[in-house]
Design a protein around this ligand. Structure first.
Ligand code: 2PG
Ligand code: MG
Length: 437
């Protein structure tokens, strides 16, 4: 049995050049596990708290040296000597040591760094791939020893055109993405996606837009005036590639509506297209898009606390369209429970740092699975070379993954990790089929 000998932590930089926490867990065997924590821009109100050095002038107050100190001074002595395979025990100790509902004492960035580094160290001490260790933990967490849960490659949901807080001042919605639903394997899905990404660039240039500008997640950031233009450009690109819209490739949208919702007036204000809508009006706008374009998935179509709107949206489109709660659920079991009870949404976005430990992430995934909610494991807009989410998606057979576009190496690191996992799983490595064709 390998135990945790020591923890090291340091401040490193993410894809936006902002500080973030890196943790190394050193096993009694000498094996080392390393993890780097990501960071969002369109963060929801219900997410766990990222500890930052707000009062320091260094890095404009975004430093994470306090969180780094929490790892070495507060957490390390509390978890030293623990069994590295006892992920649930380590995470329970982290949660108890923090003692707050949103990880605000230790910082979710400190806590998650440790939680993930421990999983990496456990895998490394066993000489196994991370997804194998995570699959073992997932089986234990779901109590499914008999009915084996085999690792499955996730279908990617890939950013083509970015707006919102990720691409400064063009569209109000955050991402127009594609899902290569017709792919037979993960590598084919990736190849189709790259062809489409290039084709979207060509269509943009052809229409006189600047295709060179890319957003935080590598999606193109042209100055479009209406959401509909973005959908048309993506459909044109599908046709240029010889793909049949909906059968081969479909559209997914992350509306990220929380960020243009004016809570005081109860209105959704889309600046680029000059629309001001109440909840019912926003649902009608989404309905218009769904009717005309090959959209199969909508994320955060409404704001994070617009529960009644969410219930109405789900009653209208629930069976036919995937309705993902990101800011709505914030990977929190308590929020997801509410969603299940109120019939709000039918899928959950899974972001490790919204909740802060691997075990709580498993809890959210298990609750989703037990209630027929789909799960999409997601990166953040601020990412790094860390590829843990690729292994997590495979290990838990989540079915879908959202990493960003096929540009910028913090995104490609994860797509490439999935290529390696596909190879490790063998020639018939299964690709998840969350959507019927
Ligand atoms: C989202 C994510 C990733 P952020 O809204 O789904 O695209 O963005 O990390 O900024 O919250
Ligand atoms: Mg989102």
């Amino acid at each position: 049995m390998a135990t945790l000998k020591a923890l090291k932590a340091r401040q490193v930089l993410d894809s936006r050049g902002r500080p973030t926490v890196e943790v190394e867990a050193i096993a009694s065997t000498g094996a080392v596990g390393r993890a780097i924590v990501p960071s969002g821009a369109s963060t929801g109100r219900h997410e766990a708290l990222e500890l930052r050095d707000t009062e320091s002038p260094r890095y404009g107050g975004l430093g994470v040296l306090k969180a780094v100190a929490q790892v070495t001074d507060a957490i390390a002595p509390a978890v030293a000597g623990m069994d590295l395979d006892d992920q649930a025990g380590v995470d329970a100790r982290l949660i108890a040591l923090d003692g707050t509902p949103n990880k605000s004492r230790l910082g979710a960035n400190a806590v998650l760094g440790v939680s993930l580094a421990v999983a990496h160290a456990a895998a490394s001490a066993r000489g196994e791939e991370l997804f194998v260790q995570l699959n073992r933990l997932w089986r234990a967490a779901t109590g499914s020893s008999g009915a084996a849960i085999e690792p499955v490659l996730p279908l990617p949901m890939v950013n083509m055109i970015s707006g919102g807080l990720h691409a400064g001042g063009n569209l109000d919605i955050q991402d127009v993405l594609i899902v290569p639903v017709g792919a037979a394997s993960y590598s084919e899905a990736l190849e189709m996606t790259v062809a489409l990404y290039r084709a979207v660039g060509a269509v943009l240039r052809h229409r006189g837009f600047e295709a060179a500008l890319v957003g935080d997640e590598g999606g193109y950031g042209p100055r479009l005036r209406q959401e509909e233009q973005a959908f048309e450009i993506v459909v044109d690109a599908m046709i240029a590639c010889g793909f049949e819209p909906r059968r081969d490739v479909a559209i997914a949208v992350d509306v990220a509506a929380t960020h243009f919702y004016e809570a005081a007036q109860g209105t959704y204000r889309l600046m680029a297209s000059g629309r001001e809508l109440d909840s019912a009006g926003m649902i009608d706008l989404l309905a218009g898009w769904i009717e005309v374009y090959p959209i199969i998935s909508l994320e955060d179509g409404l704001a994070e606390d617009d529960w009644d709107g969410w219930a109405a949206l789900t009653a209208r489109f629930g069976p036919s369209i995937q309705l993902i709660g990101d800011d709505l659920f914030a990977t929190q079991v308590s929020r997801l429970h509410q969603g299940i009870d109120r019939r709000a949404g039918n899928a959950v976005l899974i972001k490790l740092n919204q909740v802060g430990t691997l075990t709580e992430t498993f809890d959210a995934l298990r609750l989703a699975r037990d209630h027929g909610f789909r799960a999409v494991v997601s990166a953040r807009s601020g990412e790094t070379e860390d590829t843990t989410i690729a292994d997590l998606a495979v290990a838990t057979a989540a079915g879908q993954i959202k990493i960003g576009s096929v540009a910028r190496s913090e995104r490609l690191a994860k797509y490439n990790r999935l290529l390696r996992i596909e190879e490790a799983l063998g020639p018939d490595a299964p690709l998840a089929r969350p959507f019927a064709r």
